[in-house]
Design a protein around this ligand. Structure first.
Ligand SMILES: Cc1ncc(COP(=O)(O)O)c(C=O)c1O
Length: 482
């Protein structure tokens, strides 16, 4: 590897137009030279051309930022990469570091940037609204929140047309769980092992991954067997897993439940798509037990899955409550709960207020996001490019033993790495090495899963086929060098 970096350094000094030559690496080479042969006769993949130069960066260095972060920010903060990356600019599917070096963003700020970084229409809507009125609270009227709610409701099936805005996914799920408990008069909630729903008291209870659970009071949640098609005992037979939910109702509750919450594709859990047939059977059991069905669309919503606008739609179910965040605002802090007029009535029993939820700026930005998804046909793009990318990643699995599974849909894909395909031994150290090397070549990719051994591919939905090729070529190149 060292020899390749040396080659890269020499070549990039000769060819790079980057402002700084002080930190040359493979990533510079990846977008300055095509078809460069490394010392092992492998071609170093070239990043697709992109016509944008970020303005000069005059802020503090990454070392200074890291020092401040260590001194003044929570010690709980962690970062990707041994040598953390300082990102200062973004344009559509690309990010730029302090030296103006470009990276392909295959993670989208954790499945959040859907329209592209600094998408002009979204920026314009936010700026215009900010100039006019930034905040007033919902105690007064304003068109932005009403217009956005109307547009959002138009994307929902059935009678799901009452919107409550929050500031995050955690808040949206906290509210949804409370609504289910109030409506049903029952405290018991069922969620899935390996699910992630947030980090406040109620949502930490619904979350079922020890890494994200503190030892604090989290009452009233039962965690059902995960319909995990890769490691699960029943393979892809969703109906068999669903029996566990019925068993929990029968053996672990009074026979009545408050509700059920699940992601259609578990994001933090490593892009795990629930086994087919699971959700219809579970929704049936829950409704018979008097509970409400909550779809957590925080990651899988807003056209990311390509085949549908919402992840649950691929399972042929209509939830009673849908929660969302991340993609809803393309990066601005907003979340929402959507439910039916009948269910929404429970919130009138007391005062319920969220100071910032649906403030004019976030609402204007959110409305612009919906319009851009439509105007730019981003759902179709997620379907076409996502299907192509999945095909290419699946082909890569034939070549590299370390790839145990390729899964997901649209631009929400997972690549699980294992050191032994039979035993499915998580390749925890290997994934860190590959991730670091991919960054050197100009590709940023996410990581997750219970064992931390799954690549998460959740880029902005404007990702192109050329970007997909570059991502796969870089992964292939990196794995070939191991
Ligand atoms: C599926 C899901 N639900 C809820 C949340 C919590 O959202 P937030 O971090 O905005 O509170 C997340 C965050 O990653 C998530 O992936």
């Amino acid at each position: 590897m060292q020899r390749i970096i040396q080659t890269a350094v020499t070549l990039s000094h000769r060819n790079s137009r980057s402002r700084s030559n002080s930190r040359c690496s493979l990533s510079q080479l990846a977008h300055t030279r095509s078809s460069v042969q490394d010392s092992n006769d492998l071609l170093i993949p070239k990043m697709p051309h992109f016509d944008y130069s970020p303005p000069p960066y005059t802020g503090p260095s990454s070392a200074e930022i890291l020092k401040k972060r260590k001194e003044y920010l929570s010690p709980s903060l962690f970062h990707f990469y041994n040598n953390p990356l300082n990102l200062v600019d973004g344009k559509m599917q690309y990010l730029y570091d302090e030296n103006g070096r470009r990276y392909l963003d295959s993670f989208g700020g954790i499945a959040t940037v859907c329209c592209g970084h600094c998408q002009p229409d979204v920026v314009e809507a936010i700026v215009n609204q900010t100039k006019r009125l930034q905040h007033s609270t919902v105690l007064y009227l304003n068109n932005a929140i009403a217009d956005f709610a109307e547009a959002l409701a138009s994307k929902m099936p059935g009678d799901l047309k009452v919107v409550y805005f929050t500031n995050s996914g955690t808040e949206a799920n906290e509210l949804a769980l409370m609504i289910a408990r109030l409506y049903s008069g029952c405290h018991d909630i069922i969620s899935l092992r390996n699910g992630y729903h947030g980090n406040a008291a109620g949502t930490m209870g619904a979350t079922a991954q020890s890494n994200y659970k503190f030892n604090v009071v989290q009452t009233g949640v039962h965690h059902a067997l995960n319909p995990d098609q890769y490691r699960g005992v029943f393979g892809s037979d969703g109906v068999k897993y669903a029996k566990d939910v019925q068993d929990i109702i029968d053996y672990g509750t009074s026979g009545h439940v408050g509700g059920f919450i699940a992601e259609a594709i578990q994001g933090v859990g490593g892009i795990m798509e629930l086994a087919p047939g699971y959700l219809p059977a579970v929704y049936d059991s829950i409704r018979k037990a008097g509970g409400l069905c909550i779809a957590d669309e925080v990651q899988s919503g807003f056209a990311r899955t390509g085949s549908h606008f919402w992840g649950f739609e691929a399972h042929g179910v209509v939830p009673d409550i849908v929660t969302m965040a991340k993609g809803i605002g393309n990066g601005i802090p907003i979340g929402a709960v959507v439910t039916t007029p009948e269910v929404a009535k429970v919130l009138t029993y007391r005062n319920y207020l969220n100071t910032f939820g649906g403030n004019p700026v976030c609402s204007a930005g959110g409305l612009a996001v919906l319009r851009v998804i439509e105007k730019e046909k981003l759902q179709q793009n997620a379907f076409v490019v996502g299907s192509y990318l999945k095909e290419r990643l699946t082909a890569l699995k034939e070549k590299h033993e370390i790839i145990g599974d390729v899964r997901g849909r649209g631009l929400m894909l997972g690549v699980e790495l294992v050191t032994d395909r039979q035993l499915k031994t998580p390749a925890k150290a290997e994934i860190l090495h590959i991730m670091d090397q991919m960054r050197e070549l100009g590709v940023l990719i996410g990581k997750g899963g219970f064992y931390g051994n799954v690549f998460r591919v959740t880029p902005p939905l404007c990702f192109t086929k050329e970007d997909a090729d570059f991502l796969v070529d870089v992964m292939d190149y990196t794995m070939s060098k191991m």
